[in-house]
Write a protein that binds this ligand. Structure first.
Ligand code: HEM
Length: 395
């Protein structure tokens, strides 16, 4: 069969996952896509949607059929900009870059950071609880990534201040070419210029992760031209993702006080509760994969040369995998959720992200009985999910 007829015979949907309404409340649309089939053609975007848990996992684990080297974004321009970074390579080239990035993020290497993170978490929570009312997005969730993580990365000062803005705009450009994407592109160019011209040897903090990349170039482990895009590997995903996870966690505990009581009564539940937050409100909702050869996903054939959007956020709400998936249940232990991806590109920063979340919510559990939401403004973003503002009072 020709590619066109393979697409014609696939289930399809006119659902638009990138409309404002869908981005703010994706759950009914995701359910529609999951029910439509294991892979669903979206004519408006000319891409398949993989929305079921098993379909997402399959694509993420089979890198030879679903490679990343043609980019994991939904538009060609962005796939060109990030060509050659860790996220967008495969096989031995990917392993070489990933081995360098992951070094400071392995549990052993994070031992020193743990002490600092726990102490910082305690002091920011003390301060905010004394205040009584605060913005859980900008004052609580931002704190550890902006103070501790950006310092560990060790970029020159001017860039550190802009990392949050850059990262958020960068992720908008992962989406299909819509207004949000075109609006964000100029900011992304600044970020690339900074990574190329400023994050250079001698300018980054001694002993930092950024210096680790330069050292790896000197040792011949990775090519010098990979340096700027590897800086982006740290600058892009290390802050907003964790920040949005933290604000979503506050929202979920505020709206499910019985679940907050459970973790307060039994702090051993906290690690599972953090996984449940990531399952319910995956900070990264979707990336995509090129389809390198015809592949049958549970009866739907995706032709070589097509592209599939992998909806981590939908797979995590798949009723075929997680019973009663829209219920926030801290006792669920969803260790195999997809919020950190899966397969060869699974998140290298997951140990750090979990450590930050655990430190903050352990400190909160010791000091806060209830969160009351005063104002909640979710972020409207092509890819990311979380809160721009989340004003709460704690008691
Ligand atoms: C809650 C926080 C986080 C979430 C939800 C998250 C999510 C993800 C996801 C879904 C992927 C897989 C992409 C794919 O399948 O193509 C990924 C990869 C990655 N993440 Fe994270 N991330 C988080 C925190 C971090 C942190 C703190 C860092 C760095 C310090 C980081 C660095 C990376 C890198 C470098 C990759 C690319 C890995 C590769 O391609 O081999 N992430 N992340």
């Amino acid at each position: 069969m020709q590619n066109g007829s393979l697409i014609d015979s696939a289930p399809w949907s006119n659902y638009d996952p990138y409309s404002d309404d869908a981005l703010l409340n994706p759950w009914p649309g995701y359910r529609e896509l999951r029910n439509a089939g294991p892979a669903v053609w979206l004519p408006e975007y000319e891409m398949f949607a993989l929305a079921r848990y098993e379909s997402v996992r399959r694509a993420l684990e089979d890198w030879e059929t679903f490679p990343s080297r043609y980019g994991v974004m939904m538009n060609d321009d962005m796939n060109e900009v990030l060509r050659g970074n860790t996220l967008c390579t495969d096989g031995p080239e990917h392993s070489a870059l990933r081995n360098v990035l992951i070094r400071p993020l392995m549990p052993r290497a994070l031992r020193d950071a743990r002490e600092r993170i726990t102490a910082e978490a305690g002091s920011v929570v003390d301060r905010l609880v004394a205040q009584g009312t605060f913005d859980a997005a900008s004052e609580l969730a931002n704190h550890l990534p902006v103070t501790v993580v950006s310092e560990l990365i060790g970029l020159p000062e001017a860039g550190r201040e802009r990392m949050l803005e850059w990262a958020e705009e960068m992720f908008n450009c992962f989406g299909p070419m819509n207004d949000r994407t075109t609006h964000s592109f100029p900011v992304l160019k600044e970020m690339m210029a900074y990574a190329t011209n400023e994050a250079v040897p001698g300018r980054v903090k001694p002993g930092s992760w950024a210096e680790g990349i330069h050292d790896a170039v000197e040792r011949g482990e990775v090519p010098a031209e990979a340096c700027p895009v590897m800086m982006i590997d740290y600058m892009g995903p290390s802050l907003d993702t964790t920040i949005f996870a933290i604000s979503s966690a506050v929202y979920l505990f505020a709206t499910n006080p019985d679940q907050w009581d459970l973790v307060r009564e039994d702090p051993r539940l906290m690690a599972s509760a953090m996984s449940e937050v990531l399952r319910m409100e995956s900070p990264i909702q979707d990336f995509s994969r090129y389809v390198a050869r015809d592949v049958d996903i549970d009866g739907v054939v995706l032709p070589a040369g097509s592209r599939a959007i992998v909806f981590y956020g939908s797979g995590n709400r798949d009723e075929r995998k997680f019973p009663d998936p829209d219920r926030f249940d801290v006792r669920r232990c969803p260790g195999d959720h997809l919020a950190f991806g899966a397969g060869p590109h699974a998140c290298v920063g997951m140990n750090l992200a979990r450590m930050e979340m655990l430190a903050l919510f352990t400190a909160l559990a010791e000091r806060v009985q209830r969160f009351e939401i005063l104002e909640a403004e979710p972020v409207l973003h092509n890819i990311l999910r979380g809160f721009r503002t989340l004003r709460v009072t704690v008691s």
